[in-house]
Design a protein around this ligand. Structure first.
Ligand SMILES: Cc1ncc(COP(=O)(O)O)c(C=O)c1O
Length: 392
């Protein structure tokens, strides 16, 4: 009996996928040409699955800010936020995020994954309850596992199911945190947040919204679904990431609860990891400023998103429930999905292939994510490639 024997089912699955496509496990971005193009495994490719919603990873001001901060403060902080790893940039970014969201408090974490680990494992303790949407991201599930709260799932976007469970829990007189995402990462659908906020208010629960895929995308000012749905005052905690619309890496939580700051001292994922490097913090600050001052990026993103959704719908593909910058093409059968993914790759278009168990309903997904940086020529090529694989 070998330590790796338990991975045999994974090894078998990998072998069977590799027989269909040698690329799937070996995607290397060999040369990054722009926010929307790269040389991948020797081929020039349009990136239509990179979560680079506003295209800011190649913004010249963001790059300059990162270079300047690196020259001034070095390549890394070499320490945790609690020890030697809080630089003036971290403090400034926390202040700027608080101003942007109009919230009292912010904590910046090293990634969005760590933000969820930290918040969910720390905020809700033993004898308390986390009620989460069943389709929540793995980082939310992992945060729950790291903590000691009781975890109960409700059916995806089903407010009646949420209310039924809140009603039952009301008898226990305990703290309940409801956790949802703004835009769901796999199918690009919104949470019914106004209704969720209404039931959480009715039962005196708390609400945390992960706006990873909605920051910079939804709301008049780009603050996310809570802004769009008009429930920012009722949203106790907003978690987000810098790794998508802001084109960098890192995570945060903002809240009007005065005591949010205490999470810093109680949270192992905050205390026991190094803080983000000065360059990352500087580019994120610049990107946050661009998000606020260039609303045309959001408009361009939505034009591209709407166009792709419409085009793929016209071609007869089965898509996620509503147009959004995440355009998910559903495939019942894993082999068919892999064949289409491979075909798109040969035609110079990279999208994410998502296989079960990472998909919400056990099917496979060709997950596209649109960018404000996609040109009309690139959009046409993406649409043409899908049209060709449809008829192939
Ligand atoms: C909903 C959601 N939350 C959190 C994360 C984690 O973000 P990060 O990439 O910053 O770790 C992701 C990343 O895909 C996500 O989709």
């Amino acid at each position: 009996m070998n330590l790796f024997d338990k991975f045999q089912p994974l090894a078998d699955a990998r072998r069977s996928i590799e027989q269909q496509s040698s690329d799937f496990f070996n995607i290397v971005m060999e040369e990054i040409i722009s926010a929307t193009e790269a040389v991948v495994n020797g081929r020039r490719m349009i990136l239509a699955g990179s979560n680079n919603y506003l295209g800011l990873s190649f913004d010249t001001d963001c790059i300059e800010a990162a270079c300047e901060a690196t020259r001034q403060a070095g390549t890394g902080t070499t320490g945790s936020r609690m020890a030697n790893g809080t630089f003036s940039g971290h403090v400034a970014l926390e202040k700027e995020l608080a101003e942007f969201f109009g919230c009292r408090n912010t904590i910046v974490f090293s990634t969005g994954y760590i933000a969820n680990l930290a918040m969910l494992s720390t905020l809700v303790g033993a004898d308390e309850v986390i009620l989460l949407d069943a389709d929540c991201h793995a980082s939310i599930y992992d945060g729950c596992r790291l903590g000691s709260a009781e975890i109960i799932r409700f059916r995806h976007n089903d407010v009646n199911d949420l209310e039924k469970r809140l009603k039952r829990l009301a008898k226990r007189n305990t703290n309940v945190l409801v956790v949802v995402e703004g835009l769901y990462s796999m199918l690009g659908d919104r949470a019914p947040l106004a209704d969720i906020a209404a039931v959480k208010r009715k039962y005196g629960a708390y609400l945390l919204v992960d706006e990873a895929h909605s920051l910079g995308i939804l709301g008049e000012n780009g603050r996310g679904l809570a802004e769009e749905a008009g429930v920012e005052d009722e949203t106790d905690f907003i978690v987000g990431t810098f790794s998508k619309s802001l084109g960098a890496i890192g995570g945060f939580c903002v809240s009007n609860h005065r005591q949010l700051d205490l999470v810093r001292y109680a949270s192992r994922p905050y205390v026991f990891t190094a803080s983000s490097s000065p360059g990352v913090i500087a580019s994120t600050r610049r990107a946050l400023n661009i998000l606020q001052t260039r609303p045309e990026l959001r408009r361009r993103l939505w034009n591209n998103a709407d166009m792709l959704y419409q085009k793929l719908q016209d071609l007869g593909f089965s898509l996620g429930p509503e147009p959004s910058p995440v355009v998910a093409v559903r495939q019942e059968d894993k082999e068919a999905a892999l064949a289409i993914w491979n075909d798109l790759l040969q035609r110079g278009v990279y999208v994410n292939l998502v296989l079960p168990p990472a998909t919400p309903d056990g099917g496979a997904l060709l997950r596209c994510s649109m960018s404000a940086a996609h040109t009309s020529e690139q959009m046409e090529k993406i649409c043409d490639a899908f049209a060709s694989v449809r008829t192939a």
